[in-house]
Write a protein that binds this ligand. Structure first.
Ligand SMILES: [Zn+2]
Length: 288
């Protein structure tokens, strides 16, 4: 396989979804990435992750862009918008189909729950897809294309999926983290690569877009750490480079809950309206 190489220049990115305004978690993530880019004379890219048209809103996109500028963050080049990249995702799906790595699935959530043996069935746990439609062609209408993960791992021709991870913002690697492929298989099962309604998935779009923006360093919250091996696997299958990952701590409210759009309604816009300065907001994010 012919892998593309990472640029020697540091290229960081922020990729917010316009499903709400910016909250302090975004501010922390954005500044951590931005500072790493600036400290290394690198570039900083902005991407709007709006593939899920059922949840994204244009007014949130405008709010996010104007608040980033208000906070003093500037980005290099054009803003990438996932809604303009459907053809690119479609050709990657075409390639994976040609390689025999995807199969159609017609299962609903209820079907999957029924197929999984009772002891594992729990409303609050993520259920691994049991591979129903891999074994038997679906007879109902197709809801998604799934990755045959066992086949994908074999096709990559390696026994382990490994990636570099940075624990701190300087350029010292904490070391290589290797994750056994059997663990990936067990943990994720055959993942959805293309949802029928949006013709792609978060994981597929992210790896394609990171490569298109030539991202060398991905700075993001620890909640996305678990999914990283899957993204690395997709990079291998599509001959894309693997960036260096820096998964930072998640911010917590005084109550101990993780800060998110839902749990912490105070957005950058609301702080701005109440007279806070950009520095106040940044300091708040870094002192939580
Ligand atoms: Zn299925």
């Amino acid at each position: 396989m012919n892998f593309k190489k990472l640029s020697t220049q540091v290229i960081e990115r922020i990729a917010p979804s316009p499903t709400g305004g910016l909250h302090l978690g975004h501010v922390y993530s954005a500044f951590t990435a931005y500072q790493n880019a600036k400290n290394n004379q690198g570039l900083f890219k902005l991407r709007i992750e709006d593939i899920d048209y059922t949840r994204c809103k244009l007014n949130f996109e405008k709010e996010i862009i104007s608040n980033l500028s208000w906070l003093g963050i500037s980005w290099d080049g054009q803003i990438m918008r996932q809604r303009n990249r459907k053809k690119t995702y479609a050709s990657a799906i075409e390639q994976l189909l040609k390689d025999g790595l995807l199969y159609p699935c017609s299962c609903t959530r209820t079907d999957i729950k029924k197929a999984v043996s009772a002891p594992h069935t729990d409303e609050n746990t993520n259920i691994t897809y049991p591979g129903t439609c891999r074994r038997n062609r679906p007879t109902k209408s197709v809801k998604a294309l799934r990755l045959d993960i066992g086949k994908a791992i074999k096709m990559c021709g390696f026994k382990k999926v490994s990636f570099f991870e940075k624990e701190s913002i300087d350029n010292n690697f904490s070391g290589e983290q290797s994750i056994l492929t059997s663990m990936i298989e067990h943990q994720f099962g055959d993942l959805v690569i293309a949802r029928k309604d949006i013709n792609t998935s978060y994981n597929l779009a992210v790896v394609i877009d990171d490569a298109a923006q030539m991202v060398t360093h991905v700075t993001r919250g620890n909640d996305l750490r678990a999914i990283t091996p899957i993204q690395v696997l997709l990079q291998r299958l599509l001959c894309l480079p693997t960036p260096i990952y820096h998964h930072h701590k998640l911010l917590f409210e005084p109550t101990g809950k993780k800060i998110s759009k839902r749990s912490f309604p105070d957005t950058v816009s609301s702080f701005k309206t109440r007279g806070f300065t950009p520095n106040d907001v940044i300091a708040m994010a870094f002192n939580l």
